[in-house]
Design a protein around this ligand. Structure first.
Ligand code: BES
Ligand code: MN
Ligand code: ZN
Length: 483
């Protein structure tokens, strides 16, 4: 849940309820703070005593006498002043203010203030049901010499952080609440409030439309599937049409190819890609994006039951392609295939990007810090890699290895959903090759966020649980001027 923010020039020094945070530079100098003419300078030798070098993430706490009481000033390092450093610095400040009612934060004297604001707001993110975790700081007051000069940057930081928080909230919601219908309601609620039209297809319409993959994956669940289509029309269109496709598995038990408990317990976040699409679509108008953007979220719950699909079943995807389902746990590609084929045939976009918690194999390859990027177009790959690096959602380009394509040959259908033997391996690559079959040769990129979609630690702008990975990169890619 996003916390409260304000901008001001009149800093209040800490008085027990409030705290003041002030930047210090790599040369260990403390800049003057507007509104606090009598800011006490740190005593000689303080930084050396704390072994502080001015790096981002460092905090040196200084007790000061104020109105007869002991107050605190947090001196925070800004490192090299880059976006990455300021994100880290912002998060460190709010984390140190945990449990307080508010913190007044003097903004870094220069550099990308939006990144600092974003880091501060994300560092204060929590998802709680009940009172079982410590509270973040309730409010942040940003202090600037000239608030009007930084207002846009603060707004950009708030938009990015708020959008990431929405994606996290959706993905952190337990699957007992988060049925495909619930996810569709949330998409309507958030996107429509931001001037984005939403169309939701239920089982009936999916059947009429021939969306055999989404139906097959959802058929074992008591909560039927949905295809959520979000349409953003820019006020000042540049003529480009982008389609974003998100995997929206509200819970992945594996289906009849059941997962072991350990692998299943985090699978409420298997709609993280879909959450990113909903959050991004809901931010486009405020970010001033000029491309037309359509979001597709293929939402289904993958459950084992008497009505579930079986290994060996053959399904017919949107557009008529048949697939032999050899493993019901490779369900993400089945729902995405329908959405990609529909995008190609009906929406006819200039470019398609899908985002999905698709394979455990990608975290074996890249770990939790980098997402796997696959692309059929080098310019598109470059643009996404750049947007990822500058926004903080880091990606690594992976190869679409044509030699591995025979892994997906089937004896009875056009394709198999997994390799039946283990000749080729490379589970994330073969998953991407499967998706490519449905893109109709359009410029396409695929983000495998199975490793980056969840965090095991509270650190910097990350919090334990869903990360919202992809929101920042996609917004940066679509609106290079914002953030
Ligand atoms: N949702 C999982 C991938 C996943 C794993 C996401 C771990 C987050 C954390 C996906 O549907 C899946 O089960 N993939 C299988 C594919 C296999 C059956 C070919 C996998 O990775 O094991
Ligand atoms: Mn699965
Ligand atoms: Zn899955």
């Amino acid at each position: 849940m996003p916390i409260q923010t304000a901008i001001t020039t009149a800093a209040r020094a800490a008085d027990g309820a409030a705290l003041l945070a002030v930047p210090f530079a790599a040369d260990l100098t403390v800049s003057p703070v507007p509104g606090v003419p009598d800011l006490p300078l740190p005593p000689e030798g303080l930084f050396a005593q704390h072994k502080a070098k001015g790096e981002a993430g460092e905090i040196v706490e200084v007790p000061v006498a104020r109105d007869g009481e002991v107050a605190r000033i947090l001196l925070y390092g800004v490192g090299d002043g880059s976006a990455k450093a300021l994100r880290k610095a912002g998060a460190a400040v709010v984390r140190r203010a945990k449990g307080r009612e508010s913190v007044s934060v003097a903004l870094p004297p220069e550099g990308p203030v939006a990144a600092f604001v974003e880091g501060a707001l994300l560092g204060a993110y929590t998802f709680r049901i009940g009172e079982n975790r410590s509270e973040p700081v309730a409010a942040v007051e940003f202090v600037a010499a000239d608030p009007a000069a930084v207002a846009d940057q603060i707004r950009d930081g708030e938009l990015i952080a708020g959008s990431v928080a929405l994606a996290r909230d959706l993905a952190n919601t337990p699957a007992s609440v988060k049925t495909p219908a619930w996810l569709a309601e949330k998409a309507v609620e958030h996107a429509e409030a931001q001037g984005v039209a939403v169309r939701v297809r239920g089982p009936e319409e999916l059947r009429e439309g021939g969306f055999g993959g989404i139906l097959a994956v959802g058929q074992g669940s008591a909560s039927p599937p949905r295809l959520i289509e979000l349409s953003y029309e820019p006020d000042d269109p540049d003529g480009r049409h982008v389609v974003l496709v998100g995997k929206g598995i509200t819970f992945d038990s594996g289906g009849l190819s059941l997962k072991p408990t350990d692998n299943m317990k985090g699978q409420k976040t298997d709609m993280a890609g879909g959450a990113v699409v909903i959050a991004v679509l809901s931010a486009l108008r405020r970010a001033g994006v000029r491309a037309r953007v359509t979001g597709l979220v293929a939402a289904a719950e993958n459950m084992p039951s008497g009505t579930a699909q079986r290994p060996g079943d053959v399904i017919t995807h949107y557009g008529g392609r048949t697939v032999e389902v050899l493993n019901t746990d490779a369900e993400g590609r089945l729902v995405l295939a329908d959405a990609l084929a529909y995008a190609d045939a009906v929406l006819a976009p200039d470019v398609v990007v899908d985002i999905a918690t698709l394979t455990g194999a990608i975290s074996v390859a890249l770990g939790r810090g980098h997402a796997g990027l696959y692309a059929t177009d080098d310019d598109l790959a470059r643009a996404l890699l750049d947007a990822g690096a500058s926004s903080g959602d880091i990606m690594w380009r992976m190869p679409l290895i044509d030699d591995y394509r025979p892994a997906l040959d089937s004896g009875v259908a056009d394709l198999a959903n997994v390799e039946s033997g283990s000749t080729y391996g490379a589970g994330s690559v073969t998953a991407a090759l499967f998706l490519r079959e449905f893109t109709g040769g359009r410029p396409w990129a695929h983000l495998d966020i199975a490793g980056t979609g969840r965090s095991t630690v509270d650190e910097g702008p990350l919090s334990k649980g869903a990360t919202g990975f992809g929101v920042r990169a996609l917004l940066r890619w679509l609106a290079p001027d914002a953030g």
